[in-house]
Design a protein around this ligand. Structure first.
Ligand code: SAH
Length: 272
């Protein structure tokens, strides 16, 4: 023991140094930076994670409201103002979300007054023409309808809102598949889509109360007239570059044909 001084204890001193050293070493090896960046990362990301679904939902609501307004305007300016009167037809146009039947990049044009491309050189018809053809068909709730040319499935959905059952045939396989998927996702249980040739009709489910053809043949396909019930209506564009929309009625006294207006549809494809 040294008087007035500290006891020199090399063992303790060493232990103290060792403790200090190892603490420092541990601290220096502890991943503070990583932890800090993790914590800060979470603090920064967390609000976004919390807000993002709400922002997305908000954007979706805005879009829905915008499309609803466009649909309302379409019904007034293109459907009612041009003389479509049948309340069931108008109600179907108010309900069916046309923007869900067009490619995503064209959704904002879905309610405009013209046809739109849907791929494979095909088009979804102008809203007014879809409405006119639907009104001409004089659909009743118990009717079974055949459509030729499913395309996007929009006309089929409109028909399915009014009639009991819709059968629709599409000759292009990718369109038949995509419209079938779309109509299923939208919850339509009364529409049956078939990939096939519309010139032949759909014998299995014939006769039909109504047949609507949305591609133009050069002349009225015989099978379609045959598959129409007596009292049934066939609405069909006929012709090559100049086409006429025709309403054909099958009566017990024979076939009655009436020209409605000149139209322009994609040509009906003949299968080889
Ligand atoms: N009704 C559709 C628009 C149809 S465009 C809609 O609401 O979107 C015409 C469609 O008829 C095209 O998809 C075309 O591929 C189809 N089509 C053409 N010839 C056909 C045929 N022989 N049989 C069945 N579908 C045909």
């Amino acid at each position: 023991m040294q008087p007035g001084g500290h006891r020199f204890d090399p063992v303790h001193l060493h232990q103290n140094f060792y403790f200090m050293y190892s603490l420092q070493d541990k601290l220096s090896r502890f991943p503070f930076d990583e932890m800090r960046s993790r914590i800060f990362g979470k603090i920064i990301v967390l609000p976004f994670l919390l807000i993002f679904p709400q922002l997305a939902a908000c954007a979706q609501e805005n879009d829905d409201a915008l499309f609803a307004q466009m649909r309302k305007d379409m019904v007034h300016e293109q459907i009612i103002a041009r003389g479509i009167k049948e309340e069931k037809v108008i109600a179907a146009f108010r309900k069916v979300e046309r923007h869900k039947f067009v490619p995503e990049n064209l959704q904002r044009s879905a309610y405009e007054d013209h046809p739109l491309p849907i791929g494979y050189e095909q088009t979804i018809s102008q809203p007014y023409i879809v409405a006119l053809m639907t009104e001409l068909a004089r659909l009743k709730p118990e009717d079974r309808v055949l459509e030729i040319g499913t395309g996007s499935g929009y006309q089929a959905a409109i028909l399915a809102e009014i009639a009991k059952q819709v059968y629709t045939i599409e000759i292009l396989k990718p369109l038949a598949e995509s419209s079938q998927k779309r109509l299923k996702e939208l919850g339509y249980k009364n529409i049956q889509v078939k990939w096939g040739d519309g010139y032949l009709g759909w014998e299995e489910f014939a006769p039909f109360d109504v047949i609507i053809v949305t591609a133009a043949p050069d002349e009225v396909p015989r099978a379609l007239v045959e598959q129409l019930k007596t009292g049934g209506r066939l609405v069909i564009p006929v012709g090559e570059s100049f086409q006429e929309l025709k309403l054909i009625t099958k009566t017990k006294d024979g076939i009655k044909e009436k020209s409605i207006i000149p139209v322009r549809f994609v040509p009906m494809i003949k299968s080889k």
